[in-house]
Design a protein around this ligand. Structure first.
Ligand SMILES: Cc1cc2nc3c(=O)[nH]c(=O)nc-3n(C[C@H](O)[C@H](O)[C@H](O)COP(=O)(O)O)c2cc1C
Length: 190
């Protein structure tokens, strides 16, 4: 079997400029870049998707939605950093997933690695559980472990963007390594 370079699409569920999840995503991208992969990022702030409304696709999907669908389609692995709002998936991330999965499902058969940072003590535990459920409904495969919860996010990053707790860095490395291995196996079986 020829060596196949996998493509990762990275996505943070926050639009905030100083977002801890954008920070966590940049670190995860750095880790992922040590493997034989290519990486691109879908920036929800730049994409500026409208609020999901089926009526808006009566004359065709908005162009940002077409772009997002294509980006997901061309990826083997999704790397998603999710915040948690009110014990749940943040609206912008769920909005993007709903748009991207409307009518056609470019997520199907992909592998994802999810993690998240929040200022609370559970570090996005609840939003990640819900995100797992949403991704499962779209036929996306995730490793059961490790699950990476970055709590007390305001203290969780060093000035260079790496996690202050070395355990978090290690967990992200194990997660990304395992996810790439899983995606490779899936691709070989196709
Ligand atoms: C409306 C709202 C609801 C929030 N709910 C939660 C929550 O349920 N759990 C939690 O840990 N943090 C919660 N937070 C705090 C977020 O974790 C914090 O704002 C975090 O910095 C958001 O992620 P970001 O830095 O990537 O933008 C909430 C924040 C907002 C604005």
């Amino acid at each position: 079997m020829a060596n196949q370079t996998l493509h990762i699409l990275a996505l943070a569920g926050s639009l905030r400029t100083d977002s801890y999840n954008r920070k966590a995503l940049q670190f995860a991208k750095r880790v992922a870049s040590e493997f034989d992969v290519t990486i691109s990022e879908a920036d929800l702030k730049t994409l500026a998707l409208p609020v999901f409304n089926e009526d808006l696709r009566a004359d065709g999907f908005p162009e940002q939605v077409v772009k997002l669908k294509q980006e997901i389609e061309s990826a083997d692995i999704l790397l998603i950093a999710t915040p948690e709002y009110n014990h749940s998936i943040p609206g912008p991330l769920k909005n993007a997933i709903d748009w991207a999965s409307d009518k056609t499902n470019p997520f199907s058969g992909k592998v994802a690695a999810i993690f998240g940072a929040s200022t609370g003590i559970f570090g996005t535990l609840r939003s990640q559980l819900q995100l797992r459920q949403v991704l499962a409904s779209l036929n996306v495969e995730l490793l059961p472990q490790p699950q990476v919860y970055i709590r007390s996010a305001e203290e969780a990053f060093l000035p260079d963007g790496s996690p202050a707790d070395p355990k978090i860095g290690k967990q992200l490395r194990v997660l990304i390594d395992g996810t790439i291995k899983l995606a490779k196996l899936k691709k070989e079986k196709r």
